[in-house]
Design a protein around this ligand. Structure first.
Ligand code: KIV
Ligand code: NA
Length: 265
Protein backbone atom coordinates (compact mmCIF):
# COMPACT_ATOMS: atom_id res chain seq x y z
CA UNK A 1 0.00 0.00 0.00
CA UNK A 2 1.37 3.41 -0.84
CA UNK A 3 0.52 6.62 0.93
CA UNK A 4 -1.88 9.25 -0.28
CA UNK A 5 -0.03 12.15 -1.84
CA UNK A 6 -0.97 15.79 -2.09
CA UNK A 7 -1.64 15.36 -5.81
CA UNK A 8 -4.33 12.78 -5.03
CA UNK A 9 -6.18 15.45 -3.05
CA UNK A 10 -5.93 17.87 -5.97
CA UNK A 11 -7.24 15.15 -8.28
CA UNK A 12 -10.16 14.52 -5.91
CA UNK A 13 -11.07 18.19 -6.15
CA UNK A 14 -10.97 18.01 -9.95
CA UNK A 15 -13.34 15.04 -9.81
CA UNK A 16 -15.61 16.85 -7.34
CA UNK A 17 -14.99 14.18 -4.70
CA UNK A 18 -15.30 15.25 -1.06
CA UNK A 19 -13.05 13.75 1.60
CA UNK A 20 -12.81 13.57 5.40
CA UNK A 21 -9.91 14.52 7.66
CA UNK A 22 -9.57 13.72 11.36
CA UNK A 23 -7.05 14.56 14.01
CA UNK A 24 -5.09 11.70 15.54
CA UNK A 25 -2.41 11.68 18.18
CA UNK A 26 -1.81 8.03 19.00
CA UNK A 27 -1.36 4.50 17.72
CA UNK A 28 -4.87 3.10 18.12
CA UNK A 29 -6.89 5.90 16.58
CA UNK A 30 -4.35 6.30 13.78
CA UNK A 31 -4.73 2.62 12.90
CA UNK A 32 -8.52 2.69 13.11
CA UNK A 33 -8.89 5.85 11.04
CA UNK A 34 -6.41 4.58 8.45
CA UNK A 35 -8.40 1.36 8.14
CA UNK A 36 -11.64 3.37 7.94
CA UNK A 37 -10.20 5.05 4.86
CA UNK A 38 -9.68 8.55 6.26
CA UNK A 39 -7.14 9.83 3.71
CA UNK A 40 -5.62 12.64 5.77
CA UNK A 41 -4.76 12.60 9.47
CA UNK A 42 -3.76 15.79 11.26
CA UNK A 43 -1.59 15.69 14.34
CA UNK A 44 -3.12 18.97 15.44
CA UNK A 45 -1.80 21.38 18.00
CA UNK A 46 -5.24 20.65 19.45
CA UNK A 47 -3.26 17.91 21.21
CA UNK A 48 -2.70 20.76 23.66
CA UNK A 49 -6.27 20.39 24.89
CA UNK A 50 -7.06 16.86 23.80
CA UNK A 51 -3.91 15.05 24.91
CA UNK A 52 -2.04 17.29 27.32
CA UNK A 53 -4.95 18.93 29.14
CA UNK A 54 -3.99 22.57 28.53
CA UNK A 55 -6.78 25.17 28.42
CA UNK A 56 -5.75 26.51 25.00
CA UNK A 57 -3.45 25.48 22.18
CA UNK A 58 -0.86 28.12 23.10
CA UNK A 59 1.30 26.14 25.60
CA UNK A 60 1.98 23.04 23.51
CA UNK A 61 5.51 22.75 22.11
CA UNK A 62 7.26 21.13 19.15
CA UNK A 63 8.90 18.73 21.62
CA UNK A 64 5.47 17.62 22.84
CA UNK A 65 4.05 17.16 19.33
CA UNK A 66 6.99 15.33 17.70
CA UNK A 67 6.46 11.98 19.48
CA UNK A 68 2.75 12.07 18.58
CA UNK A 69 3.61 12.59 14.91
CA UNK A 70 6.00 9.65 15.03
CA UNK A 71 3.33 7.44 16.63
CA UNK A 72 0.72 8.32 14.00
CA UNK A 73 3.15 7.82 11.11
CA UNK A 74 4.30 4.45 12.49
CA UNK A 75 0.71 3.29 12.87
CA UNK A 76 -0.57 4.16 9.37
CA UNK A 77 0.11 2.82 5.92
CA UNK A 78 -2.09 4.89 3.69
CA UNK A 79 -3.01 8.18 5.36
CA UNK A 80 -1.20 11.39 4.53
CA UNK A 81 -0.02 12.64 7.92
CA UNK A 82 0.02 16.40 8.46
CA UNK A 83 1.91 17.90 11.40
CA UNK A 84 0.56 21.14 12.88
CA UNK A 85 3.21 23.74 13.69
CA UNK A 86 2.59 24.90 17.28
CA UNK A 87 2.35 28.49 18.47
CA UNK A 88 5.77 30.13 18.69
CA UNK A 89 7.52 27.72 16.35
CA UNK A 90 7.22 29.55 13.00
CA UNK A 91 5.93 33.12 13.37
CA UNK A 92 9.38 34.73 13.71
CA UNK A 93 10.16 34.14 10.05
CA UNK A 94 10.92 31.70 7.26
CA UNK A 95 14.09 30.39 8.91
CA UNK A 96 12.32 29.51 12.14
CA UNK A 97 9.43 27.96 10.21
CA UNK A 98 11.83 25.90 8.10
CA UNK A 99 13.77 24.61 11.10
CA UNK A 100 10.56 23.50 12.82
CA UNK A 101 8.98 22.01 9.71
CA UNK A 102 12.14 20.06 8.87
CA UNK A 103 11.94 18.44 12.30
CA UNK A 104 8.40 17.28 11.64
CA UNK A 105 9.30 15.98 8.17
CA UNK A 106 12.21 14.04 9.67
CA UNK A 107 9.69 12.58 12.12
CA UNK A 108 7.82 11.18 9.13
CA UNK A 109 5.13 13.76 8.37
CA UNK A 110 4.25 14.31 4.72
CA UNK A 111 3.16 17.91 5.17
CA UNK A 112 2.85 20.62 7.79
CA UNK A 113 0.06 23.03 8.65
CA UNK A 114 0.43 26.58 9.90
CA UNK A 115 -2.04 29.31 10.81
CA UNK A 116 -2.34 32.65 9.06
CA UNK A 117 -3.00 34.06 5.60
CA UNK A 118 -1.32 37.13 4.18
CA UNK A 119 0.92 37.43 7.25
CA UNK A 120 2.44 33.95 6.60
CA UNK A 121 3.23 34.01 2.88
CA UNK A 122 7.00 34.19 3.42
CA UNK A 123 6.91 31.13 5.65
CA UNK A 124 4.70 29.18 3.25
CA UNK A 125 6.94 30.05 0.30
CA UNK A 126 10.12 29.07 2.17
CA UNK A 127 8.71 25.69 3.19
CA UNK A 128 7.32 24.92 -0.25
CA UNK A 129 10.64 25.86 -1.85
CA UNK A 130 12.37 23.48 0.57
CA UNK A 131 10.15 20.60 -0.55
CA UNK A 132 7.69 20.69 2.33
CA UNK A 133 4.00 20.68 1.39
CA UNK A 134 2.04 23.26 3.39
CA UNK A 135 -1.58 23.16 4.46
CA UNK A 136 -2.76 26.71 5.17
CA UNK A 137 -5.27 27.64 7.88
CA UNK A 138 -7.33 30.83 7.68
CA UNK A 139 -10.54 32.23 9.08
CA UNK A 140 -10.56 31.69 12.81
CA UNK A 141 -7.04 30.82 13.92
CA UNK A 142 -7.01 29.54 17.52
CA UNK A 143 -3.33 30.41 18.10
CA UNK A 144 -4.22 34.10 17.70
CA UNK A 145 -7.46 34.06 19.66
CA UNK A 146 -6.26 36.92 21.86
CA UNK A 147 -5.88 39.21 18.86
CA UNK A 148 -9.07 37.97 17.21
CA UNK A 149 -10.99 38.43 20.49
CA UNK A 150 -12.08 34.88 21.27
CA UNK A 151 -13.79 32.14 19.30
CA UNK A 152 -15.73 34.07 16.67
CA UNK A 153 -17.05 33.31 13.23
CA UNK A 154 -14.93 34.99 10.57
CA UNK A 155 -16.03 36.27 7.21
CA UNK A 156 -19.10 38.20 8.32
CA UNK A 157 -19.69 41.61 6.75
CA UNK A 158 -16.50 43.59 6.29
CA UNK A 159 -14.28 40.60 7.24
CA UNK A 160 -15.42 38.54 4.28
CA UNK A 161 -12.90 40.00 1.87
CA UNK A 162 -10.08 39.56 4.40
CA UNK A 163 -10.79 35.82 4.66
CA UNK A 164 -10.97 35.49 0.87
CA UNK A 165 -7.71 37.43 0.49
CA UNK A 166 -6.01 35.27 3.11
CA UNK A 167 -7.05 32.08 1.33
CA UNK A 168 -5.79 33.40 -2.00
CA UNK A 169 -2.53 34.48 -0.37
CA UNK A 170 -1.76 31.01 1.00
CA UNK A 171 -2.56 29.47 -2.38
CA UNK A 172 -0.35 31.96 -4.23
CA UNK A 173 2.45 31.26 -1.73
CA UNK A 174 2.35 27.56 -2.65
CA UNK A 175 0.02 25.85 -0.15
CA UNK A 176 -1.47 22.57 -1.41
CA UNK A 177 -4.68 22.95 0.60
CA UNK A 178 -6.23 25.30 3.13
CA UNK A 179 -8.30 24.86 6.29
CA UNK A 180 -11.20 27.30 6.64
CA UNK A 181 -12.18 27.49 10.31
CA UNK A 182 -15.42 29.11 11.50
CA UNK A 183 -16.05 30.91 8.27
CA UNK A 184 -19.55 31.71 6.98
CA UNK A 185 -20.79 29.19 4.42
CA UNK A 186 -21.04 31.68 1.52
CA UNK A 187 -17.44 32.84 2.02
CA UNK A 188 -16.21 29.23 2.26
CA UNK A 189 -18.11 28.39 -0.91
CA UNK A 190 -16.64 31.36 -2.75
CA UNK A 191 -13.09 30.43 -1.71
CA UNK A 192 -13.69 26.80 -2.70
CA UNK A 193 -14.85 27.86 -6.17
CA UNK A 194 -12.04 30.35 -6.71
CA UNK A 195 -9.08 28.23 -5.56
CA UNK A 196 -7.76 25.21 -7.46
CA UNK A 197 -6.49 23.65 -4.21
CA UNK A 198 -8.77 21.75 -1.79
CA UNK A 199 -10.48 23.66 1.00
CA UNK A 200 -11.00 21.82 4.28
CA UNK A 201 -13.82 23.18 6.39
CA UNK A 202 -14.43 23.14 10.12
CA UNK A 203 -17.46 25.24 10.94
CA UNK A 204 -17.46 26.44 7.33
CA UNK A 205 -20.61 24.80 6.03
CA UNK A 206 -21.12 22.08 3.42
CA UNK A 207 -19.51 23.85 0.45
CA UNK A 208 -15.85 23.00 1.08
CA UNK A 209 -13.93 20.18 -0.64
CA UNK A 210 -13.19 18.39 2.63
CA UNK A 211 -14.31 18.42 6.28
CA UNK A 212 -12.18 18.09 9.40
CA UNK A 213 -13.11 17.38 13.01
CA UNK A 214 -11.10 16.74 16.14
CA UNK A 215 -11.56 13.02 16.74
CA UNK A 216 -12.46 13.33 20.44
CA UNK A 217 -15.27 15.69 19.40
CA UNK A 218 -16.36 13.46 16.50
CA UNK A 219 -16.47 10.29 18.62
CA UNK A 220 -17.84 11.88 21.80
CA UNK A 221 -14.83 11.29 24.01
CA UNK A 222 -14.84 15.00 24.78
CA UNK A 223 -17.96 15.55 26.88
CA UNK A 224 -17.37 19.30 27.23
CA UNK A 225 -19.26 22.13 25.58
CA UNK A 226 -20.07 21.16 22.01
CA UNK A 227 -19.56 23.92 19.43
CA UNK A 228 -22.30 24.27 16.80
CA UNK A 229 -20.08 22.86 14.04
CA UNK A 230 -19.33 19.58 15.85
CA UNK A 231 -21.35 16.43 15.29
CA UNK A 232 -20.91 13.56 17.75
CA UNK A 233 -21.02 10.26 15.89
CA UNK A 234 -20.62 8.11 19.00
CA UNK A 235 -20.47 8.34 22.77
CA UNK A 236 -17.04 6.90 23.44
CA UNK A 237 -16.81 8.65 26.82
CA UNK A 238 -19.82 6.71 28.07
CA UNK A 239 -18.43 3.40 26.78
CA UNK A 240 -15.07 3.89 28.51
CA UNK A 241 -16.57 5.21 31.72
CA UNK A 242 -18.97 2.26 31.91
CA UNK A 243 -16.12 -0.19 31.31
CA UNK A 244 -14.07 1.40 34.09
CA UNK A 245 -17.05 1.30 36.44
CA UNK A 246 -17.76 -2.37 35.65
CA UNK A 247 -14.10 -3.25 36.20
CA UNK A 248 -14.07 -1.41 39.53
CA UNK A 249 -17.28 -3.13 40.65
CA UNK A 250 -15.98 -6.59 39.74
CA UNK A 251 -12.66 -6.04 41.50
CA UNK A 252 -14.39 -4.83 44.66
CA UNK A 253 -16.95 -7.64 44.44
CA UNK A 254 -14.29 -10.30 43.88
CA UNK A 255 -15.76 -11.52 40.55
CA UNK A 256 -12.73 -10.43 38.54
CA UNK A 257 -10.45 -12.19 37.82
CA UNK A 258 -12.49 -15.36 37.24
CA UNK A 259 -11.23 -18.87 36.56
CA UNK A 260 -10.76 -18.13 32.85
CA UNK A 261 -8.33 -15.28 33.61
CA UNK A 262 -6.32 -17.32 36.09
CA UNK A 263 -3.24 -19.55 35.80
CA UNK A 264 -4.00 -22.46 38.13
CA UNK A 265 -0.62 -24.09 38.09
O1 KIV B 1 -5.34 21.44 15.72
C1 KIV B 1 -6.38 21.09 15.12
O2 KIV B 1 -7.08 20.15 15.51
C2 KIV B 1 -6.74 21.84 13.91
C3 KIV B 1 -7.95 21.40 13.14
C4 KIV B 1 -9.20 21.56 13.91
C5 KIV B 1 -8.02 22.03 11.81
O3 KIV B 1 -6.06 22.75 13.56
NA1 NA C 1 -4.46 23.41 14.98
Amino acid sequence: ISRIRTRHLLEAKERGEKWPMLTSYDQYTARLFDEAGIPVLLVGDSAANNVYGYETSLPVTTEELLPLVKAVVRSTQRALVVADLPFGSYEAGPEQALATAVGFMKAGATAVKLEGGQRMVEQIRALTNAGIPVMGHVGFTPQSEHVVGGYRVQGRDTQAQAVVADAHAVYEAGAFSVVLEMVTAPVAEQVTKELPIPTIGIGAGPGTDAQVLVWQDMAGLNQGRKPRFVKRYANVAEVIQQAAQDFADEVKGGTFPAQEHTFDS
